[in-house]
Design a protein around this ligand. Sequence first.
Ligand SMILES: C[S@@+](CC[C@H](N)C(=O)[O-])C[C@H]1O[C@@H](n2cnc3c(N)ncnc32)[C@H](O)[C@@H]1O
Length: 197
Amino acid sequence: MAKAAKLAFWDDSWDLREKDCPCDVHFIEWLDREKITDSAIYHFGTGNHHHVGLECARESRRNSVLGITAAPQEYDKYVELAIARPEVLRRYNVVFGDIYLLNERLLPNFDVVTLFHLCEFRSEKTDSYGGLTDLEVANLLTDRTRRGGHILFFTTSFAFDWDGPMSAKRVIARWEKERPVERVGDYKSLLVYRKKE
Ligand SMILES: C[S@@+](CC[C@H](N)C(=O)[O-])C[C@H]1O[C@@H](n2cnc3c(N)ncnc32)[C@H](O)[C@@H]1O
């Protein structure tokens, strides 16, 4: 009998490294610059620091974040955080999972979606259990973005313009043709799109 494929989880834990990986810090700055408060945000890749969820939960921002992590260590950190700080839990929920197994039936509509780590973690292992492609993930989350809402990418991600199997830049070029989106501009390391009204 064929051996069942195991989940391609991320056996690691990521601290906030603003120099190497500034996307989450730039994202909070962008939210503030755009004066985005009281919104619903989907965030791909929480990190062990949970910077986006913690900053968004502040009373001055009141943004609700659904984050996903594929790292058990990062999820454990979230559980610790939720127990210690229920005021954070009210606005910040984290799912342990694989973005390539996203199920649209389990998702509400969002005002903002971050796809900073598109193409970084998909592998043959993902194929072994029929995971979505990066383009399918981008399309699905765009369908779950309200009209006029924003979708953001990370231009200094190692997978943004690499020679790997699929780069985020190539996925974005196809996604732009398949979904009603328009490029708004850049904010530091971030590339910002809006879903057309
Ligand atoms: C390099 S860390 C970056 C974390 C944070 N965004 C930052 O920039 O500091 C990558 C993040 O992506 C998450 N991740 C990796 N593969 C994933 C997958 N298949 N599904 C969901 N999240 C995944 C990891 O758990 C981790 O939180």
